[in-house]
Write a protein that binds this ligand. Sequence first.
Ligand code: SF4
Length: 391
Amino acid sequence: MYNIQKNTFFQNSRKHVRYISDIDKIKQLSPDERDTLREIAIKYPFRVNSYYLNLINWDDPNDPIRRLVIPHRDELLEWGSLDCSNEKRNTVNSGVQHKYGSTVLFLVSESCASFCRYCFRKRLFLKGNKETTINIEEGLKYIRNHPEVDNVLLTGGDTLMLKTEKLDYIIGQIRRIKHIKVIRIGSKIPAYNPYRILNDDSLVEMLKKYSEPSRRIYLMCHFDHPKEITPQSREAIRRIIDAGIICLNQNPIIRGISDSPAVMKKLWKELTYMGVAQYYVFQNRPTIGNTPYAVPIVEAYRKIEKAKAECSGLAKRIKYVMSHSSGKIEIVGVDSKHIYLKYHQAAKHQDNQRLIICYRDNNAVWLDQLKPVKGFENRYYSEINDSFRIN
Ligand code: SF4
């Protein structure tokens, strides 16, 4: 059996982490604040945990950790749509999204250790959601029947919210499918609740078992801010890396949380030191309720470039991308007149690597709001309405 080397500080320190879904139980908020925010916490589900709450500096109303999980009154402003990347269209089976030939998304979890206020999949946490996997076997059957797929991303929700036993079954079944080489696990657990990893040695043992030398498991972490990097999260990541799991980080650019070059630089550097290379920075999707979190493309591009300029080559590999319904689009440049974009991965194979040049619009937050230069028109434009403009 795999022997987990433990930091002596954490050796005997299992910790019970409480989940809280009732905003009235957050006593650090004033009664007035709770009154104002109750309606929002009902409209777009609220969830946090005792570990993460302890990272908040309650004396600072703009504390980034607070902003990440405590509702903001502007979430009630009319803006965006519930499924702005049209993920529903790519849903081919129970909890299975298949948009790009070799990659399948398997939505196996319908919960997270806290809910990010800006979540692009908040529809999954609303009543009546049917997009996560109801029948694991059907999803597995779909993957077995598609030999062109060589990598599966387990997501949701947060994959590591599943019980280790269930996750063992799912990963074990996928490992038996010869054409699947890479299994990616999408998770914000190392940031939200590292005790999920520290308290459960069998989770790390199980991941180690399935991360084979020629078929690795990747943990796609989601750290948004350097304040999330604590002794506990470092130790959780250390155990995961020591078990042979490759860790990468991806996060969206969010107003008031990750929209400062200094914060980005610090986050990427700290993560790199821990062995977690930054992979994508996402343009935050214009999801309903996300007005207070939006950062326009031009501003985001400038800030990301500024942060990159002060980092080593490792961080310079970051790609700033938009998960548009027509594909994953990289924002490759901005000048005084134009925004330059390129399909990093397109829903239609023939669009792969295709360049799109649009007129510069400092307020645009999504591709559909940009006007393409003649000859670069995109036939997938304007699938969603223009209700998420920032003026
Ligand atoms: S961790 Fe991901 S799925 Fe969960 S609330 Fe945050 S953005 Fe949404």
